[in-house]
Design a protein around this ligand. Structure first.
Ligand code: NDP
Ligand code: ZN
Length: 198
């Protein structure tokens, strides 16, 4: 059972994320408010993954703030503490790098994340791949959607045995993707065979 002070921090994180992502939209046809994504990641952790540790749920709510908004490390530390900041930083890409390089590094870094950060990364990949299937970005051709899901599968392949329920849900997305996008997700062998390879 999540206690009242922890629940309060969770609500604070929802409000903080909503303010920081204000004006940003997702890439789907209806341009959903961006904050719906981190909220869904936190909800997925709780409902599918059975994760009730509040700092993990708070970090999930904040997971895109430093990467995608003007939020500073100091703001996260002051409002939510060092532990939440370190979880958020573990799942934050270095935006100074090229996008393909960032994709490559996500695959390479995934096995070295802490187990708590892996949970957030798993829920993020699960919800993003579900979005690619059911509310995809406008104007993305089939091939780009297939490539994105292949990349998501590669990242998740490096974090197996973390949370069986989240991984089973991800496997269901892969099965749906194979059926609906008409392609076979390849098992991860070597990153050198991928478009995001060096
Ligand atoms: P992007 O990184 O451009 O977009 C995917 C990201 O957008 C997701 O990881 C998610 O990140 C966020 N997002 C927002 N709305 C949605 C939504 N509705 N569904 C899913 N994700 C959403 O995509 P790529 O990984 O394909 O692009 C990588 C690079 O390759 C870019 O430089 C791109 O320009 C280039 N490129 C690739 C092509 C291809 O065929 N693969 C074709 C042309 C260009 P978050 O969780 O952080 O919000
Ligand atoms: Zn995200």
């Amino acid at each position: 059972m999540i206690q009242t002070p922890e629940l309060n921090q969770i609500f604070n994180a929802v409000i903080f994320a909503a303010k920081k992502h204000q004006g940003q939209v997702r890439k789907d046809k209806s341009r959903s408010p961006y904050v719906t994504h981190p909220v869904l990641v936190a909800q997925t952790l709780l409902e599918i993954g059975g994760v009730t540790e509040s700092n993990i749920l708070v970090a999930a709510l904040l997971h895109d703030t430093i990467e995608d908004t003007s939020t500073t490390r100091e703001q996260v530390r002051t409002n939510f503490g060092e532990d939440v900041l370190s979880l958020v930083l573990e799942v934050t890409d270095d935006k100074s790098l090229e996008k393909m390089e960032r994709k490559r590094l996500q695959v390479l870094h995934a096995p070295h994340l802490s187990s708590r950060a892996k949970l957030i990364k798993l829920a993020d990949k699960l919800t993003n791949c579900q979005d690619i299937l059911f509310s995809p970005p406008r104007d993305w051709p089939l091939k780009r959607r297939q490539e994105y899901i292949q990349w998501g599968a590669d990242v998740v392949s490096q974090m197996r045995s973390t949370n069986p329920e989240l991984e089973a849900a991800f496997d269901q997305v892969l099965a749906d993707a194979q059926e609906q996008l008409g392609f076979a997700v390849q098992p991860f062998t070597t990153i050198n065979q991928r478009p995001w390879a060096p």
